[in-house]
Ligand binder design. Structure first.
Ligand code: FMN
Length: 161
């Protein structure tokens, strides 16, 4: 088993492609995160203020249920979580992922894909979720990654075992 696990959620495959490149470069295992109730195209419509994502993302501290198929992370030292940015923050299900995983003693690194929003608010969001769970986790600086060059530069910054 590799020392690093890349976990990702991707609604339209952009994050998936970056996750696969990161896993290959790190020699990591990879697994996909699924929402308990998958998102339809209508759910993802950010022009519609009553769409599922518009409602969930604007509801403070809301949680979205994930499918119960997360891998056992006990054997990994390093966990990478990738996600799209929705309304400047991670999809709410990422909080549920953090609630479900025991991240004590792990090195955690986050990345995202987006239409242009940077990782700043997502980083705060993740740090708050880690704090709410009282995990003792080494959190690396996350980044929005679009290409191989950015992936390489970000990997160089990681404090991984
Ligand atoms: C509901 C929704 C909200 C979004 N909000 C933002 C945003 O706030 N900032 C941004 O730059 N991109 C935003 N995007 C664009 C996605 O972050 C971008 O297309 C991402 O690469 C999609 O990744 P995926 O294909 O892995 O799902 C949003 C997309 C959706 C569906």
């Amino acid at each position: 088993m590799a020392n690093t696990l890349v976990l990702y959620y991707s609604a339209t495959n952009t994050t998936k492609k970056i996750a696969e490149q990161i896993a290959e470069k790190l020699g990591a295992d990879i697994a996909e995160i699924h929402a308990a109730q998958p998102y339809t195209a209508a759910d993802l419509d950010w022009h519609d203020s009553s769409s599922r994502t518009s409602i969930e993302q604007h509801e403070h501290n809301s949680r979205v249920e994930i499918k119960d198929d997360l891998p056992d992370i006990s054997g990994y030292d390093n966990i990478v979580i990738g996600h799209p940015i929705w309304w400047a923050i991670p999809p709410r299900m990422i909080s549920s992922v953090i609630d479900h995983l025991n991240l004590n003693g792990k090195n955690l690194a986050l990345f995202a894909t987006s239409g242009g929003t940077n990782y700043a608010r997502s980083q705060s969001y993740i740090e708050r979720a880690i704090k709410q769970n009282n995990y003792d986790t080494n959190i690396n600086q996350g980044a929005v990654l679009n290409n191989a060059q950015q992936i390489d530069a970000w990997i160089d910054t990681l404090n991984f075992a």
